[in-house]
Design a protein around this ligand. Structure first.
Ligand SMILES: Cc1cc2nc3c(=O)[nH]c(=O)nc-3n(C[C@H](O)[C@H](O)[C@H](O)COP(=O)(O)O)c2cc1C
Length: 168
């Protein structure tokens, strides 16, 4: 797909089903993401492909983060929230591990570089024919969720990227 066509046809996929990208395709997508411009070559991005126990831990923490925001959530709604996240064919968490040990590149520029990486990932997945949904929500700002993907409380989750075959 030509680049302008990919940009012009990209849109969020409201519903996804299997299959998601293969391990080789995910590798390719992360390589494309890491081609983003990055002031100072800090490489602040962290890509975590959620699998197995790590995925379970992320899912549980993300559902709980939603309940912190909506305290009236019932146990059933909490379980439904977990179910919703775990149904996603593939999830890549795109984080920014801010490097504060240097003074040259401010935090906002590091976060913006990670945003560019997330958009590269989105367009590359679209180019491979997959549907993509870029999410954040309560989970992205929750320290316990960040911890499940190896981020510190003052790091950032820039995108929770859901990938799969587009239904809608
Ligand atoms: C930083 C960021 C965070 C987003 N978070 C959410 C989210 O939590 N939930 C959601 O439904 N969409 C989220 N989106 C997707 C936007 O809602 C979506 O891009 C917008 O509605 C425009 O639709 P389009 O992508 O189809 O053009 C997010 C997009 C960005 C860039």
């Amino acid at each position: 797909m030509e680049l302008f066509a990919a940009i012009d046809t990209r849109s969020s996929a409201g519903r996804l089903t299997t299959p998601g990208p293969s391990p080789e395709q995910l590798e390719r997508l992360l390589h494309a993401a890491a081609r983003a411009p990055d002031h100072g070559r800090i490489r602040p991005w962290r890509f975590v492909v959620l699998k197995d126990a790590a995925r379970d831990a992320f899912t549980a923490a993300a559902a709980l983060a939603k309940r912190v925001r909506l305290p009236d959530m019932t146990a059933e709604q909490l379980a439904a929230e977990r179910e919703k996240i775990s149904r996603s064919p593939a999830i890549v968490v795109v984080g920014c591990a801010v490097n504060r040990e240097q003074t040259k590149v401010p935090e906002i520029e590091q976060v913006v570089a990670v945003g560019a990486a997330a958009q590269n990932l989105f367009l590359a997945a679209h180019d491979l024919g997959y549907g993509v949904m870029w999410k954040t929500g309560a989970a992205a700002y929750d320290p316990a969720v960040k911890a499940t993907v190896g981020l510190k409380p003052d790091d950032h989750i820039v995108a929770i990227m859901h990938l799969g075959t587009r239904l809608k």
